[in-house]
Ligand binder design. Structure first.
Ligand code: NAD
Length: 360
């Protein structure tokens, strides 16, 4: 059956890095007979430019009928003055909620070849391989009521609402336990149950779901301690599961442990495993158009797409080993070159395609 993949290049460096990821997909088609149809659509600022909305109807329709979505990145200074609902990031939130992509997988893996890029000592981070599972469609980013109101004394007050229902907690907990089962069977749930009622319920439901996964060792940690432990001894974690807001912050911290946000992919899945795949970084307006962006996070997002949505683990392994090989050969874009020689975005993409071609 032909797999349909929606390609959303987005803004800034998005089109540059997506072009390299598409090259790897085309290589998989030619070399390994991978059966896929790729169709592109505008999204984010580009969607606004073309259709007046960051999530055009035609783009949403394409995403709905596709088996998986590959996204570059969205946003940029050009769009910062738009009214909030028309900003590129709103398109992203809209797509996640319309497709019910509630489970955000954020791996933080430190390639041994790049150990010196981390700001932490090599012995603390070398061999790091953790997965943060972040709830993505609920919590304080979506809770109502929200807004800025004027108080009786004339002061303005900003307010947001943190809510989680039992079924929202249960489905993200199941997603995290399932992932722990195919990894090292350790799950740490992060909350703030000493202060927040929402966290009390979160903890209760996670424990209840855990009864269906007796092989998984479940632990709990307050978010402030988790932030501290991530930089003190990150290798103590296997899989972490947490809310939208806490996960946003902790996954960025974990990402920085690896030294380059240009290396890290992510996935956002619905309950059937359909997903959107994107690098964790943004549209990097400071380097857009210069041809120096690191395309590896996007190429590794293709590997996650193959593994989690298309059930093509072997092809995913091929991509990951091709990336390992180009790092072994010394290819580095500027962000991971540590002051040494660097290659362009296109040269890095070509190197991955050549490494894929060398796999027998
Ligand atoms: P950013 O991730 O775009 O950039 C942070 C720094 O990392 C910059 O110095 C940038 O040059 C560098 N960088 C990022 N990706 C890189 C890559 N592939 N190769 C080499 N260097 C890379 O974060 P920001 O500057 O805070 O945000 C810029 C824009 O991106 C904003 O409009 C923001 O809203 C948007 N954004 C989008 C997403 C997304 O599309 N999912 C995520 C985060 C931020």
């Amino acid at each position: 059956m032909t797999n349909k993949i929606a390609i959303l290049p987005g803004d800034g460096i998005g089109p540059e890095i997506i072009a390299e990821a598409v090259k790897t997909l085309e290589c998989l088609k030619q070399k390994f007979g991978f059966d896929a149809e790729l169709e592109s659509a505008t999204f984010g600022g580009a969607g606004y430019d073309e259709f007046g909305h960051p999530l055009p109807d035609s783009t949403l329709a394409l995403c709905k009928e596709s088996d998986a979505i590959l996204l570059g990145s969205v946003g940029g200074p050009k769009y910062d003055q738009l009214e909030r609902d028309l900003r590129p990031e709103r398109g992203l939130l809209g797509l996640r909620s319309k497709l019910e992509l509630f489970s955000n997988l954020r791996p933080a893996i430190l390639y041994p070849q790049l150990a010196s890029a981390s700001s932490l000592k090599a012995e603390i981070v070398s061999g790091l391989d953790i997965m943060i599972v972040r709830e993505l469609t609920g919590g304080i980013y979506f809770g109502q009521p929200r807004g800025i109101r004027e108080l009786d004394d004339g002061q303005r007050q900003g307010f947001n609402t943190l809510v989680y229902s039992e079924n929202e907690i249960e489905r993200i907990a199941r997603s995290a336990f399932d992932i722990a089962m195919v990894r090292n069977k350790q799950l740490c749930s992060i909350d703030k149950a000493n202060v927040l009622e929402v966290s009390e319920l979160w903890r209760e439901v996670v424990i209840r779901v855990g009864q269906d996964y007796p092989e998984v060792e479940l632990s709990h940690m307050y978010v402030d301690n988790a932030a501290m432990q991530l930089v003190r001894d990150p290798k103590q974690f296997d899989v972490m599961v947490t809310t939208n807001l806490f996960g946003d912050i902790l996954s960025d911290t974990a990402a920085m442990l690896t030294g380059s946000i240009g290396m890290l992919p992510s996935a956002s899945l619905d309950k059937n495993g359909k997903g959107m795949y994107e690098p964790i970084h943004g549209s990097a307006p400071d380097i857009a158009g210069k041809g120096i962006a690191n395309p590896l996070a996007t190429i590794l997002s293709v590997a996650m797409l193959l593994r989690y949505s298309l059930n093509q683990s072997e092809l995913a392994n091929h991509i990951e080993s091709a990336v390992g090989n180009v790092l072994n050969q010394g290819f580095r874009t500027a962000d991971i070159a540590d002051g040494g020689n660097s290659v362009s975005t296109v040269e890095m993409g070509d190197a991955v395609v050549a490494a894929l071609g060398a796999i027998s």
